[in-house]
Write a new protein. Sequence first.
Length: 169
Amino acid sequence: MNLILCGMMGSGKTTVGIKIAQRTGKSFVDTDALIEERHGKISDIFARFGEDYFRDLESEIVQELCRQDGLVISTGGGLVLRKKNVDALRQNGKIIFLRASLETLSNRLRADSTRPLLQSETESITARISKLLTERTSIYEGAASCVVDVDKKSVDEIATEIINLTQNN
């Protein structure tokens, strides 16, 4: 069985995923890192080919990963927006939504200029995050087997909670 972490950019999916993999002996995979390794920087992919092309690359990665076992997968923030990705990941895994507040996400992402969906000439990063959070929260909740709130928790606390929630189910 795979453990799949979903949620907004900045929610801690990669950091928590690495910790879970270390503690469980599972292999860690970051879908964004895998795409960058194979196709180049995500910001360049967005600029050159657009978001739909990037989402197609994500879907290809999902098809590959859902056939494997024993993985901790950190998904890109928009990966679960496509129902077919969620359905594929559920075949052999549990999806955990790392829920973070607007305040937490804004604090973590305020100085990050690498995220294409946060780039805007007219809106602040906090406004962009708020908009994405409003659009995506119900999708994340619908995709998830369980929800873990990350605000004011350490990486170890979050990893322990996820391991405890998923090891007997």
